[in-house]
Design a protein around this ligand. Structure first.
Ligand code: PLP
Length: 395
């Protein structure tokens, strides 16, 4: 078995991996951040499970899924994260998980402050602002300095905790969808602890492409999905709550479906996508067989570095994420500095170079083009991007 970093450069190996995905003819997809593709094997298993649940209906779901299978699947997820089985509740997506944590966190008094930054996902930001309106709290929003550095990011939180001593709860996004910046979660959580601030972690883009240890990060509350970098069917997510902190989160909408100390009461109520959940064991097996987040992350970063190293040399192009391995991942954004609005470049990338990307705004550092490589991306695809950037940089 070659070393993981050598493996990342092995185009034959990754070509064989790419062959596992059915890809429609059309543009080269460099917007793999929205959600991940399923492999053909997973898609077939999913289809089998749709047919099976359609045939067996509530007879199977009531007798097997509700009582045992869903718990077994939950336990597999807990093992993936190396956390206690009873620290996980299944949801339909990361937004459901995060919004439930935010609305049910019960440690807030009128006059307390909530902290967010300009890099949070909108469903998290909206929920924090909504909770503040409902309960007479104040939202403090910090704006991260640009270009970011590890030290500045941590310092900006320390500074906020010192300036606003009534902050009790904050949102933190492990990987921001706006630019692809990876947050120094452990150091920020440590600073928050020193100031008595609880953290709700948005892990949507982290799971499956970044190696992390939730316990070592010091996280008590987090929300995830499984349809980005793990490769599951759409509509799967989960809540993580440190069992020692379960009492700090109320049952969602007063749920009495399970006894109070059962974390499942913290998930929004509703019938989930059972065929998709039944497919998860196959997805987790494939993830593991490929080498897990470590192998995926090294490959994705290798592809990312190939285009970023070229783009950094081009006049008029700014790459927004620093080349600090602690702060980078598959998603990285760039900007053509001569333009306020980046959409015309996104349009030209598609029309003239057959490259599908997306314009993003909302971060204080301005609008940008988000480039997200994926497991089916090849070095040829990256070379096409480099060619396009070189030509477009000339005006
Ligand atoms: C950073 C971040 N957080 C949360 C979410 C929401 O995930 P979901 O679609 O599973 O609700 C996304 C989705 O793109 C995201 O990028």
């Amino acid at each position: 078995m070659p070393r993981i970093d050598e493996n990342a450069r092995d185009e034959d190996f990754w070509h064989a991996i790419a062959e596992r995905y059915d890809v429609a003819p059309g543009p080269i997809n460099l917007e793999n951040g929205y959600f991940g593709r399923m492999t053909r094997g997973v898609a077939q298993d999913y289809q089998r499970n749709i047919d099976f649940i359609n045939r067996s209906n509530s007879v199977h779901v009531r007798q097997q899924f509700d009582n045992t299978q869903s718990l077994d699947i939950r336990n597999q997820l807990a093992e993936l994260l190396a956390v206690e089985h009873d620290s996980i509740a299944l949801t339909n997506c990361a937004s459901d998980a995060l919004q439930s944590l935010i609305r049910n966190y019960n440690g807030l008094q009128p006059g307390d402050q909530l902290l967010i930054s300009d890099l949070e996902y909108h469903s998290v930001e909206y929920a924090m602002r909504w909770v503040a309106r409902q309960r007479g709290l104040e939202v403090i929003e910090i704006v991260h300095a640009h270009p970011a550095t590890y030290e500045h990011l941590v310092a900006s939180y320390r500074d906020a905790f010192e300036r606003y001593p009534r902050i009790k709860l904050m949102a933190l996004t492990h990987v921001t969808h706006r630019t692809g910046l990876v947050m120094p979660v452990e150091a920020i959580v440590q600073a928050a602890k020193e100031h008595g601030v609880d953290v709700i972690l948005d892990g949507a883009h982290a799971l499956g492409q970044i190696d992390f240890d939730l316990k070592a990060l010091g996280i008590a509350f987090a929300g995830y999905n499984l349809h980005k970098w793990i490769g599951a069917p759409l509509t799967l997510g989960f809540i993580y709550i440190d069992p020692h902190r379960l009492a700090d989160i109320d049952p969602d909408m007063g749920s009495e479906r399970y006894p109070e100390p059962d974390i499942r009461t913290r998930a929004p109520y509703g019938t989930g996508n059972i065929p998709a959940w039944l497919t998860l064991p196959k997805v987790l097996q494939e993830h593991k067989d490929l080498g897990g987040s470590t192998a995926k992350g090294v490959r994705l970063n290798y592809l990312r570095d190939l285009w970023v190293n070229e783009a950094r040399q081009l006049p008029g192009i700014e790459v927004l994420v620093p080349d600090d391995p602690r702060l980078q991942c598959a998603i990285t954004s760039l900007r053509f500095t001569r333009l306020q609005d980046q959409q015309p470049i996104v349009d030209r990338l598609l029309k003239d170079y057959n490259l599908f990307t997306v314009a993003r705004d909302g971060s204080a550092c301005g609008s940008c083009i988000r480039i997200t490589v994926g497991l089916a991306t090849s070095v040829d695809d990256i070379n096409q991007l480099i060619k396009a950037l070189r030509e477009l940089a000339q005006g």
